[in-house]
Design a protein around this ligand. Structure first.
Ligand code: ATP
Ligand code: MG
Length: 327
Protein backbone atom coordinates (compact mmCIF):
# COMPACT_ATOMS: atom_id res chain seq x y z
CA UNK A 1 0.00 0.00 0.00
CA UNK A 2 1.25 3.49 -0.83
CA UNK A 3 2.52 5.23 2.29
CA UNK A 4 0.68 8.41 3.21
CA UNK A 5 3.92 10.41 3.21
CA UNK A 6 7.26 9.40 1.82
CA UNK A 7 10.52 11.32 1.75
CA UNK A 8 13.15 9.69 -0.43
CA UNK A 9 16.72 10.97 -0.21
CA UNK A 10 15.35 14.47 0.32
CA UNK A 11 17.91 17.29 0.30
CA UNK A 12 17.05 20.93 0.97
CA UNK A 13 19.50 23.84 0.97
CA UNK A 14 19.06 27.41 2.18
CA UNK A 15 20.96 30.17 0.47
CA UNK A 16 21.96 32.65 3.15
CA UNK A 17 24.18 35.73 2.54
CA UNK A 18 27.65 34.38 1.83
CA UNK A 19 26.87 30.78 2.68
CA UNK A 20 24.75 27.81 1.88
CA UNK A 21 23.15 25.64 4.55
CA UNK A 22 22.33 22.04 3.79
CA UNK A 23 19.37 21.66 6.15
CA UNK A 24 18.19 18.27 4.88
CA UNK A 25 20.98 15.99 3.71
CA UNK A 26 19.22 12.96 2.22
CA UNK A 27 16.21 12.23 4.43
CA UNK A 28 14.43 8.90 4.07
CA UNK A 29 11.17 8.63 5.98
CA UNK A 30 7.71 7.18 5.52
CA UNK A 31 4.50 7.71 7.45
CA UNK A 32 1.75 5.14 7.07
CA UNK A 33 -1.97 5.86 7.41
CA UNK A 34 -2.97 6.33 11.04
CA UNK A 35 0.63 6.15 12.23
CA UNK A 36 2.03 8.54 14.86
CA UNK A 37 5.68 9.37 14.22
CA UNK A 38 7.88 11.53 16.43
CA UNK A 39 10.81 13.37 14.86
CA UNK A 40 13.41 14.13 17.49
CA UNK A 41 16.62 16.08 17.23
CA UNK A 42 18.44 19.04 18.67
CA UNK A 43 18.10 22.60 17.41
CA UNK A 44 19.18 22.91 13.77
CA UNK A 45 18.85 19.20 12.96
CA UNK A 46 16.31 19.99 10.23
CA UNK A 47 12.96 19.12 11.86
CA UNK A 48 11.12 22.30 10.86
CA UNK A 49 12.62 22.22 7.38
CA UNK A 50 11.22 18.72 6.92
CA UNK A 51 7.84 19.78 8.34
CA UNK A 52 7.60 22.79 6.03
CA UNK A 53 8.80 20.81 3.01
CA UNK A 54 5.78 18.52 3.52
CA UNK A 55 3.44 21.48 2.97
CA UNK A 56 5.75 23.06 0.39
CA UNK A 57 5.88 25.92 2.87
CA UNK A 58 9.66 26.40 2.71
CA UNK A 59 10.98 29.94 2.81
CA UNK A 60 11.89 31.75 -0.43
CA UNK A 61 15.62 31.11 -0.05
CA UNK A 62 15.16 27.34 0.23
CA UNK A 63 15.82 24.99 -2.63
CA UNK A 64 15.01 21.34 -3.15
CA UNK A 65 18.39 20.00 -4.23
CA UNK A 66 17.49 16.37 -4.82
CA UNK A 67 15.19 13.60 -3.79
CA UNK A 68 11.42 13.31 -3.70
CA UNK A 69 8.53 13.90 -1.35
CA UNK A 70 5.15 12.31 -1.96
CA UNK A 71 1.77 12.57 -0.23
CA UNK A 72 -0.59 9.73 -1.10
CA UNK A 73 1.63 8.92 -4.08
CA UNK A 74 1.53 12.49 -5.46
CA UNK A 75 4.96 14.01 -5.96
CA UNK A 76 4.72 17.37 -4.17
CA UNK A 77 7.43 19.17 -6.06
CA UNK A 78 5.80 18.33 -9.39
CA UNK A 79 2.43 19.85 -8.48
CA UNK A 80 1.25 23.26 -9.69
CA UNK A 81 0.53 25.88 -7.02
CA UNK A 82 -3.21 25.21 -7.42
CA UNK A 83 -2.76 21.45 -7.06
CA UNK A 84 -0.54 22.00 -4.04
CA UNK A 85 -3.20 24.15 -2.36
CA UNK A 86 -5.69 21.32 -2.89
CA UNK A 87 -3.34 18.79 -1.27
CA UNK A 88 -2.80 21.14 1.68
CA UNK A 89 -6.53 21.78 2.03
CA UNK A 90 -7.66 18.19 1.68
CA UNK A 91 -4.88 16.16 3.21
CA UNK A 92 -2.65 18.20 5.47
CA UNK A 93 -2.93 20.09 8.74
CA UNK A 94 -0.21 22.13 10.46
CA UNK A 95 0.24 23.29 14.04
CA UNK A 96 3.27 25.40 14.91
CA UNK A 97 5.06 26.44 18.05
CA UNK A 98 3.79 30.03 18.15
CA UNK A 99 -0.02 29.90 18.35
CA UNK A 100 -0.64 33.66 18.28
CA UNK A 101 1.60 34.05 15.22
CA UNK A 102 -0.36 31.39 13.32
CA UNK A 103 -3.62 33.32 13.73
CA UNK A 104 -4.64 36.52 11.94
CA UNK A 105 -4.36 39.34 14.54
CA UNK A 106 -6.91 41.53 12.72
CA UNK A 107 -9.82 39.09 12.70
CA UNK A 108 -12.00 37.72 15.47
CA UNK A 109 -11.44 34.02 16.13
CA UNK A 110 -14.91 33.06 14.94
CA UNK A 111 -14.53 34.94 11.65
CA UNK A 112 -11.19 33.38 10.78
CA UNK A 113 -12.29 29.93 11.82
CA UNK A 114 -15.38 30.31 9.62
CA UNK A 115 -13.18 31.41 6.70
CA UNK A 116 -10.88 28.43 7.21
CA UNK A 117 -13.82 26.05 7.37
CA UNK A 118 -15.46 27.49 4.26
CA UNK A 119 -12.17 27.33 2.32
CA UNK A 120 -12.01 23.68 3.19
CA UNK A 121 -15.62 22.89 2.46
CA UNK A 122 -16.17 21.84 6.08
CA UNK A 123 -19.30 22.40 8.16
CA UNK A 124 -19.52 25.97 9.44
CA UNK A 125 -20.24 24.97 13.02
CA UNK A 126 -17.71 27.32 14.64
CA UNK A 127 -18.83 26.78 18.23
CA UNK A 128 -18.84 23.01 17.67
CA UNK A 129 -15.24 23.18 16.46
CA UNK A 130 -14.22 25.23 19.49
CA UNK A 131 -15.96 22.76 21.81
CA UNK A 132 -14.03 19.90 20.21
CA UNK A 133 -10.79 21.47 21.37
CA UNK A 134 -12.28 21.79 24.85
CA UNK A 135 -12.54 25.54 24.99
CA UNK A 136 -14.98 26.53 27.67
CA UNK A 137 -17.33 29.33 26.62
CA UNK A 138 -16.82 28.95 22.84
CA UNK A 139 -19.17 31.84 22.06
CA UNK A 140 -16.98 34.27 23.97
CA UNK A 141 -13.83 32.84 22.34
CA UNK A 142 -15.39 33.21 18.88
CA UNK A 143 -15.87 36.94 19.52
CA UNK A 144 -12.31 37.44 20.83
CA UNK A 145 -9.24 38.63 18.92
CA UNK A 146 -6.17 36.37 19.10
CA UNK A 147 -4.25 38.74 21.41
CA UNK A 148 -7.07 38.46 23.96
CA UNK A 149 -6.43 34.73 24.34
CA UNK A 150 -3.85 32.95 26.47
CA UNK A 151 -1.21 30.93 24.61
CA UNK A 152 -3.00 27.70 25.48
CA UNK A 153 -6.36 28.99 24.21
CA UNK A 154 -4.83 30.34 21.01
CA UNK A 155 -3.14 26.99 20.38
CA UNK A 156 -6.48 25.23 20.85
CA UNK A 157 -7.99 27.55 18.23
CA UNK A 158 -5.09 26.80 15.86
CA UNK A 159 -5.63 23.08 16.46
CA UNK A 160 -9.35 23.46 15.73
CA UNK A 161 -8.44 25.06 12.40
CA UNK A 162 -5.85 22.42 11.53
CA UNK A 163 -8.17 19.53 12.42
CA UNK A 164 -11.41 21.02 11.04
CA UNK A 165 -11.36 18.90 7.90
CA UNK A 166 -9.89 15.80 9.52
CA UNK A 167 -6.67 15.90 7.49
CA UNK A 168 -4.84 12.70 6.66
CA UNK A 169 -1.59 14.00 8.13
CA UNK A 170 -1.10 16.53 10.91
CA UNK A 171 2.38 18.05 11.10
CA UNK A 172 2.85 19.35 14.65
CA UNK A 173 6.04 21.40 14.99
CA UNK A 174 6.75 21.67 18.74
CA UNK A 175 3.13 22.71 19.33
CA UNK A 176 3.46 22.80 23.10
CA UNK A 177 6.96 24.26 23.48
CA UNK A 178 5.70 27.83 23.98
CA UNK A 179 2.93 26.88 26.44
CA UNK A 180 2.96 26.86 30.23
CA UNK A 181 4.06 23.52 31.58
CA UNK A 182 0.65 22.84 33.23
CA UNK A 183 -1.22 22.98 29.92
CA UNK A 184 1.38 21.22 27.75
CA UNK A 185 0.30 17.74 28.63
CA UNK A 186 -3.40 18.54 28.18
CA UNK A 187 -2.82 20.05 24.75
CA UNK A 188 -0.66 17.10 23.61
CA UNK A 189 -3.22 14.61 24.89
CA UNK A 190 -5.98 16.46 23.09
CA UNK A 191 -4.12 16.53 19.75
CA UNK A 192 -3.47 12.80 19.89
CA UNK A 193 -7.08 12.09 20.88
CA UNK A 194 -8.54 14.23 18.06
CA UNK A 195 -6.18 12.63 15.55
CA UNK A 196 -7.03 9.11 16.70
CA UNK A 197 -10.75 9.91 16.39
CA UNK A 198 -10.31 11.26 12.87
CA UNK A 199 -7.84 8.58 11.72
CA UNK A 200 -5.26 11.34 11.15
CA UNK A 201 -1.58 10.40 11.08
CA UNK A 202 0.72 12.60 13.14
CA UNK A 203 4.24 13.79 12.50
CA UNK A 204 5.29 15.34 15.82
CA UNK A 205 8.51 17.37 15.78
CA UNK A 206 10.24 17.84 19.13
CA UNK A 207 13.49 18.10 21.08
CA UNK A 208 12.22 15.75 23.72
CA UNK A 209 12.92 12.08 23.02
CA UNK A 210 11.23 10.77 26.17
CA UNK A 211 8.04 12.83 25.75
CA UNK A 212 7.69 11.90 22.09
CA UNK A 213 8.45 8.27 22.83
CA UNK A 214 5.58 8.09 25.32
CA UNK A 215 3.02 9.27 22.77
CA UNK A 216 4.16 8.14 19.33
CA UNK A 217 4.23 4.66 17.90
CA UNK A 218 7.42 5.34 16.01
CA UNK A 219 10.37 7.64 16.54
CA UNK A 220 12.79 8.95 13.93
CA UNK A 221 15.90 10.67 15.27
CA UNK A 222 17.42 13.44 13.14
CA UNK A 223 20.98 14.66 13.25
CA UNK A 224 22.65 17.06 10.81
CA UNK A 225 19.77 16.88 8.33
CA UNK A 226 19.51 13.09 8.20
CA UNK A 227 17.35 10.50 9.93
CA UNK A 228 20.00 8.54 11.83
CA UNK A 229 17.67 6.09 13.58
CA UNK A 230 14.07 5.09 12.94
CA UNK A 231 12.05 2.42 14.69
CA UNK A 232 9.28 1.55 17.16
CA UNK A 233 9.28 4.15 19.95
CA UNK A 234 9.61 1.60 22.76
CA UNK A 235 12.68 0.03 21.11
CA UNK A 236 14.38 3.30 20.21
CA UNK A 237 13.95 4.54 23.80
CA UNK A 238 15.00 1.39 25.60
CA UNK A 239 17.59 0.08 23.14
CA UNK A 240 18.96 2.93 21.03
CA UNK A 241 21.08 1.60 18.21
CA UNK A 242 22.74 4.86 17.11
CA UNK A 243 25.34 6.54 19.34
CA UNK A 244 23.51 9.89 18.98
CA UNK A 245 20.18 8.42 20.14
CA UNK A 246 22.07 6.84 23.01
CA UNK A 247 23.55 10.21 23.97
CA UNK A 248 20.10 11.82 23.77
CA UNK A 249 18.50 9.11 25.90
CA UNK A 250 21.19 9.40 28.53
CA UNK A 251 21.14 13.19 28.56
CA UNK A 252 17.51 13.14 29.73
CA UNK A 253 17.58 13.43 33.51
CA UNK A 254 15.83 10.32 34.83
CA UNK A 255 13.83 12.55 37.16
CA UNK A 256 12.83 15.03 34.44
CA UNK A 257 9.24 16.18 34.63
CA UNK A 258 7.24 15.57 31.45
CA UNK A 259 8.07 18.21 28.88
CA UNK A 260 11.18 19.44 30.67
CA UNK A 261 14.01 20.40 28.33
CA UNK A 262 16.80 17.88 27.83
CA UNK A 263 20.34 18.55 28.90
CA UNK A 264 22.23 18.98 25.67
CA UNK A 265 24.47 16.26 24.30
CA UNK A 266 28.09 17.37 24.82
CA UNK A 267 29.83 18.97 21.84
CA UNK A 268 28.71 21.33 19.09
CA UNK A 269 26.16 20.76 16.33
CA UNK A 270 27.64 20.15 12.89
CA UNK A 271 28.30 22.93 10.38
CA UNK A 272 26.00 22.18 7.47
CA UNK A 273 27.51 23.81 4.42
CA UNK A 274 27.01 20.92 2.03
CA UNK A 275 26.55 17.17 1.92
CA UNK A 276 28.41 15.57 4.81
CA UNK A 277 31.35 13.49 3.50
CA UNK A 278 30.93 11.00 6.33
CA UNK A 279 28.69 10.70 9.36
CA UNK A 280 27.70 14.16 10.62
CA UNK A 281 27.91 12.96 14.24
CA UNK A 282 31.48 11.63 13.93
CA UNK A 283 33.09 14.65 15.65
CA UNK A 284 30.98 14.19 18.78
CA UNK A 285 30.79 10.41 18.78
CA UNK A 286 32.71 8.36 21.32
CA UNK A 287 32.72 5.39 18.94
CA UNK A 288 33.90 7.12 15.75
CA UNK A 289 36.63 5.53 13.65
CA UNK A 290 38.38 6.88 10.55
CA UNK A 291 35.74 5.48 8.20
CA UNK A 292 33.03 7.52 9.97
CA UNK A 293 34.67 10.76 8.78
CA UNK A 294 35.24 9.71 5.19
CA UNK A 295 32.34 7.50 4.15
CA UNK A 296 28.63 8.18 4.45
CA UNK A 297 26.89 5.43 6.38
CA UNK A 298 24.06 3.56 4.69
CA UNK A 299 21.02 2.32 6.61
CA UNK A 300 21.57 -0.90 8.54
CA UNK A 301 18.76 -2.91 10.11
CA UNK A 302 19.17 -3.67 13.81
CA UNK A 303 16.08 -5.63 14.90
CA UNK A 304 13.15 -3.32 14.09
CA UNK A 305 15.33 -0.22 13.80
CA UNK A 306 16.90 1.32 10.74
CA UNK A 307 20.23 2.91 11.70
CA UNK A 308 22.74 5.12 9.87
CA UNK A 309 25.97 4.05 11.55
CA UNK A 310 29.02 2.15 10.30
CA UNK A 311 29.40 0.46 13.66
CA UNK A 312 25.73 -0.30 14.38
CA UNK A 313 26.01 -4.08 14.13
CA UNK A 314 29.12 -4.24 16.25
CA UNK A 315 27.66 -1.90 18.92
CA UNK A 316 24.35 -3.79 19.00
CA UNK A 317 26.23 -6.90 20.07
CA UNK A 318 27.87 -5.10 23.01
CA UNK A 319 26.61 -3.27 26.09
CA UNK A 320 28.06 0.02 24.80
CA UNK A 321 24.70 1.65 24.09
CA UNK A 322 22.83 0.63 27.26
CA UNK A 323 20.48 3.29 28.62
CA UNK A 324 20.83 4.18 32.31
CA UNK A 325 17.94 2.96 34.37
CA UNK A 326 16.50 0.66 31.68
CA UNK A 327 17.02 -3.03 32.38
P1 ATP B 1 14.86 23.95 16.13
O1 ATP B 1 14.81 22.80 17.07
O2 ATP B 1 15.72 25.07 16.61
O3 ATP B 1 13.50 24.39 15.69
P2 ATP B 1 15.12 22.48 13.64
O4 ATP B 1 15.53 21.08 13.90
O5 ATP B 1 13.68 22.75 13.38
O6 ATP B 1 15.65 23.40 14.84
P3 ATP B 1 15.58 23.85 11.12
O7 ATP B 1 14.84 25.06 11.54
O8 ATP B 1 14.95 22.96 10.12
O9 ATP B 1 16.00 22.98 12.40
O10 ATP B 1 17.00 24.35 10.59
C1 ATP B 1 17.93 23.49 9.96
C2 ATP B 1 19.13 24.32 9.52
O11 ATP B 1 18.72 25.24 8.50
C3 ATP B 1 19.74 25.18 10.62
O12 ATP B 1 21.13 25.22 10.41
C4 ATP B 1 19.13 26.55 10.39
O13 ATP B 1 19.97 27.57 10.83
C5 ATP B 1 18.99 26.57 8.88
N1 ATP B 1 17.86 27.41 8.42
C6 ATP B 1 16.54 27.24 8.73
N2 ATP B 1 15.78 28.15 8.10
C7 ATP B 1 16.62 28.93 7.37
C8 ATP B 1 16.44 30.03 6.49
N3 ATP B 1 15.22 30.52 6.20
N4 ATP B 1 17.55 30.56 5.93
C9 ATP B 1 18.79 30.07 6.18
N5 ATP B 1 19.02 29.03 6.98
C10 ATP B 1 17.96 28.46 7.58
MG1 MG C 1 12.23 23.85 14.38
Amino acid sequence: MTPLMEADDLAVDYQAPGRRVRALDGVDLTVARGETVGIVGESGSGKSTLGSAIGRLLSQNAQLSHGALTIDGESLFDLSAVQMRRVRREKLGFVFQDPIGSLDPTKRVGAQLRLALRGRGASLDVTGQLERVRLADPRRIARAYPHQLSGGMAQRVAIAMAMATEPELLVADEPTAALDSQVRDDVSTMIFALAAEAGTSILWLSHDLAAVGRRCGRVAVMYGGRVVEDGPASEVLARPAHPYTHALANSAPASAAPGERLQPVPGRPPVLTGPSPGCAFADRCGFAIERCRSERPRPVRIKAQSVLCHRAEELAGSAALAVHGVG
